[in-house]
Ligand binder design. Structure first.
Ligand SMILES: CCCCCCCCCC/C=C\CCCCC/C=C/C(=O)SCCNC(=O)CCNC(=O)[C@H](O)C(C)(C)COP(=O)(O)OP(=O)(O)OC[C@H]1O[C@@H](n2cnc3c(N)ncnc32)[C@H](O)[C@@H]1OP(=O)(O)O
Ligand SMILES: Cc1cc2nc3c(=O)[nH]c(=O)nc-3n(C[C@H](O)[C@H](O)[C@H](O)COP(=O)(O)OP(=O)(O)OC[C@H]3O[C@@H](n4cnc5c(N)ncnc54)[C@H](O)[C@@H]3O)c2cc1C
Length: 662
């Protein structure tokens, strides 16, 4: 980090006000002092590589140049990872330094994030032994090709076909229609030479559902598409410009039998199909990534909050009191209302991610012992938390951008790109509504089990408690608020269930009744997610090992989250819990008190995310607060500022002005 001496004086004053030890917060957030040291050490190693620095901002490059620069940097970054591993005999610690290097999304994201994990998770030991060493060492580069032009959400409807030919012991891949073309996979456009292709398996004319296959699609030497492969890039998007998303179609393309990933289902040489213990295990990589996305949401909220809070400490505009100098915009309560929820939410998502990671690890361990009982709970929880955290994080990033006024609209603030990247997570890895409806299926089952007095899984056991406690008075404490959110979820789950029953009594079948109740079902899932986020994050701060000074501030943040959402969803609470109008007025006052209490620590709290200037990549958010200098320095990098008079003056403007004289 930069030294205090060069800092903007407002930021120096803000840091002096901080009531807790920022380093303690950093170490707590990232796990330990050792984890912080190792992460920073690795980040230093990456940033020391001169070739990773960009000569001009990415925005001035063409689509093609941006991609090529992205690949160039991704390969150098990969070397740094490899060298670290060779030297330390372990992978680099979790870090976000790719953001400092690639800025947008790495063309290798899908290789590391889904191709390798799918081989590891869906391959037999022999298949892992064949492909993992090559993939991990980047001798082959791959992606996860599932979505098609015609189908993304409903994957049982995928149209790519893999027909088994027992004579040659091969699968024949085909994309018979335009809508069957793979569309979206990252890296597919021009980067990868392999992919996991999810396709409908046919044996002797019989369909056996969707399965993952490994296909080599480009020649390893020439990188030309192999015969029978049509592949390309899908073009510019809202973000993800360097992710190199592509399309792919096969025409009678043959792959050996061993290329079907067969940890779950298998196809024997003679074409016998052997079912796996649970066909949904084929969807396993998606579950893992959904858990990871909750962690990503924490990062994006932290990044946007750091930029907007530091900028708001530096920016002065208007007066709170006419007799006093222009105020730091951070002193306006409205600004605190916009920003502090992003700081608080980042902590909430982080704790939710750590909680989900544990659940994921336990279920994976159980699955390895053929125990599947907790898989439905994992799937349902990963679906709804991914859906709610990504949508909320997108809104928080946008709010932070708007809170920076005009300068937040500058690409150099890095808030527009951050919004484009964050909001993509609402759609990828399962569209929000679709995932919330998956959770709703689980909630309906849980509710039916609750009605029968059965024991429920831990994440939904509150449904039983709420059933018993519905008469208890509201309590204006964090624990009381957590219970309140559980009551809302309980109320919405019950109402959605009863709506389905109502339609069925009117003669509708279950599917139509489900569709007619689906707005309520989605809202029930959202309420369930909020109840989990509130409970998990409050428990995390209460059981944290932080010092009293830090603990006080973390509790304030967690309470801010609880109170913010109480006020945002007061209608639901009035409908489904015993909260009163007077309780809401007390909580409104409490919320405002919390904003005021957090205000002196705002800069310390975002410093506690420990995001380097290179990761923030923002004129508005750097540690030293040289906002105006940086805005001007970046503007001067515009190619239009490299010449005093642009040729368009002589070509178009001058002739127009001359014509106007006639
Ligand atoms: C420990 C964590 C470590 C974290 C490390 C993280 C690293 C990764 C982080 C990296 C971050 C980012 C990577 C970014 C990648 C970005 C690029 C994006 C890639 C993609 O988008 S890939 C494509 C993703 N596509 C989807 O998500 C498609 C969504 N659709 C579906 O998943 C399914 O179609 C469906 C679930 C909506 C429906 O499936 P269907 O077969 O029709 O099932 P249903 O009939 O509805 O339900 C049947 C029953 O099956 C249960 N079910 C469904 N899915 C699962 C599952 N995955 N696991 C378990 N059970 C499942 C469902 O609940 C039903 O049960 P029921 O009958 O009710 O009992
Ligand atoms: C940036 C980005 C990167 C991606 N990377 C990859 C990748 O690497 N590999 C890959 O395979 N895919 C990738 N995808 C694709 C992504 O997984 C899909 O776009 C996503 O799963 C949503 O599917 P869809 O596009 O078919 O949306 P649709 O399902 O067509 O959604 C459109 C609308 O229909 C609604 N809808 C659909 N089904 C239902 C239902 N059953 N009930 C109620 N409403 C419904 C949705 O709620 C939504 O409002 C990527 C997408 C993006 C945006």
């Amino acid at each position: 980090m930069s030294t205090e001496t060069k800092c903007n004086p407002d930021l120096v004053r803000e840091r002096a006000k901080c009531t807790f030890d920022v380093n303690e917060l950093i170490n707590l957030f990232y796990g330990s002092e050792k984890a912080t040291k190792e992460r920073r050490h690795f980040e230093d190693a990456v940033l020391a590589v001169k070739e990773l620095k960009d000569a001009i901002p990415e925005e001035y490059l063409s689509h093609k140049e941006r991609y090529e620069n992205g690949v160039r940097k991704a390969t150098i970054l990969r070397d740094v990872y490899r060298d670290y591993k060779a030297k330390h005999n372990r992978d680099p610690p979790p870090n976000q330094i790719t953001k400092a290097v690639i800025k947008d999304i790495s063309p290798f994201l899908l290789h590391n994030g889904m191709f390798v994990p799918t081989i590891a998770g869906q391959g037999t030991p022999e298949q892992q032994a064949e492909w993992l060493p090559k993939a991990e060492s980047m001798q082959i580069i791959g992606t996860y090709a599932q979505t098609e032009l015609g189908h993304g959400s409903f994957i049982r409807g995928l149209e790519t076909i893999a027909t088994y030919d027992p004579k040659t012991e091969e699968f024949v891949l085909n994309n018979p229609t335009l809508t069957s073309f793979k569309w979206w996979p990252g890296g597919l456009g021009s980067t990868v030479n392999h992919c996991v292709v999810v396709a409908q398996l046919y044996i002797n004319g019989k369909s056996h559902g969707i399965h993952p296959f490994i296909a080599q699609i480009r020649d390893l030497d020439t990188h030309k598409p192999l015969p029978g492969v049509k592949v390309g890039e899908i073009g510019p998007k809202m973000g993800f410009q360097t992710a190199n998303n592509g399309f792919l179609g096969f025409d009678n393309f043959r792959i050996p039998r061993k290329n079907m990933l067969m940890k779950n289902a298998q196809v024997l040489k003679d074409g016998t199909f052997v079912k796996g213990i649970n066909e949904k295990l084929t969807y396993g990589t998606m579950v893992m990534v959904r858990v990871g996305i909750v962690g990503d949401c924490s990062f994006y909220a932290a990044l946007a909050a750091t930029i907007a809070v530091r900028y708001s400490a530096v920016r002065h505009q208007s007066h709170i009191k006419a007799s006093e100098p222009e105020a730091q915009i951070l002193d306006y309560l409205t600004q605190q209302h916009k920003l502090f929820i992003a700081v608080a939410s980042s902590h909430v998502y982080r704790n939710a991610y750590l909680w989900m990671e544990k659940m994921y690890t336990n279920v994976m361990k159980e699955l390895s012992q053929d125990k599947q009982d907790n898989l439905p709970e994992l799937h349902a929880t990963a679906c709804c938390l991914k859906a709610v955290c990504s949508r909320d994080a997108g809104s928080l990033v946008e709010e932070c951008r708007l809170a920076c006024g005009g300068h937040g609209y500058m690409a150099s603030s890095n808030l527009p790109l951050t919004y484009g990247v964050t909001i993509a997570a609402v759609t990828y890895e399962g569209e929000r509504t679709v995932l919330l409806l998956q959770t709703a299926r689980y909630l309906m089952k849980a509710w039916m089990a609750a009605l029968k007095g059965k024991v429920l899984s831990p994440s939904v056991s509150y449904l039983l408690n709420s059933l018993k406690e519905s008469k208890k008075p509201w309590q204006n404490t964090p624990e009381g608020i957590v219970k309140g959110f559980q009551h809302v979820s309980f109320g919405k789950v019950k109402a959605a269930y009863e709506t389905i029953q109502k339609y069925m009594k009117q003669g509708k079948d279950y599917e139509d009744a489900w569709n007619l109740a689906s707005v309520q079902l989605v809202k029930a899932s959202e309420a369930h997610s909020r109840a989990i986020l509130c409970e998990v994050s409050w428990e995390a701060v209460c059981s944290s090992s932080a010092s009293p000074n830090l603990s006080r501030v973390l509790q304030q943040l967690a309470q801010l989250y609880l109170t913010y959402w109480t006020l945002e969803t007061s209608g639901d609470l009035l409908l489904y819990s015993n909260i009163t109008k007077d309780d809401l007025i007390i909580l409104r006052d409490k919320y405002e008190e919390l904003l005021v209490a957090i205000r002196p620590n705002a800069v310390g709290l975002v410093d506690g995310f420990d995001l380097r200037d290179e990761i923030l990549n923002s004129t508005l958010g750097s540690y030293d607060g040289r906002v105006y200098e940086r805005l001007m320095e970046e503007a001067l990098k515009s190619p239009l500022n490299q010449e005093t008079v642009n040729s368009s003056f002589h070509k178009y403007l001058k002739p127009m002005m001359e014509k106007a004289k006639l």
